[in-house]
Write a protein that binds this ligand. Sequence first.
Ligand code: ZN
Length: 213
Amino acid sequence: MRLVILGASGAGKGTQAQALAKHFGMKHISTGDILREEVKKDSAICRAVKRLMDRGDLVPDELMLSILEGILVEEDNFILDGYPRTFSQALALNAICDRLGTPIDVAVSIEVPDDEVIQRITGRTVCSKCATMFHTIFLPPKVHGICDVCGATLTQRPDDTMDTVKHRLKLFHALTEPIIDFYRRQGILISRNGVGDAEEIAADLIKTLEEKS
Ligand SMILES: [Zn+2]
């Protein structure tokens, strides 16, 4: 099965991707991990990627696509997580899959209302010393603002502030809705509410996918 998974940061997409990959024996292709792997290799592409990542720049579409194509040539049973993020990336992915004769079978969209995403992300705190993660509502430390593990102060990551999260969500909706539409028109979209128990959501998705195949 060739599957892409879509969802906002904070929607629980990575967790669902892992559960599906484990159940169906699919390779979990996370584009974030791919880039981190790629920079460990010694190739022309890796050196280019490393230079960009070191500068904090985004990796351009063409570079990401050539890395992705190298993986998809060898992999026919996968779940793609973190790609496509834009409509043009979705078209480019389709072109690769067409060329390889291996179309995407299913696109899963994990949908969580903005308010819930905001609550999940802005509540996150991390220990400044041992990096243990907490959440003011879902996983509170025993003492407010103090790490249970080592006693150091908990801080919020700059990426997790209200303004940043709202901005990311706005971008996400603008960029991702056309992709969701694109897969819906192909009749391969499965959208699921991502609010609730992660294991139950995964079990439901697995059931749907098993019925489909
Ligand atoms: Zn700590």
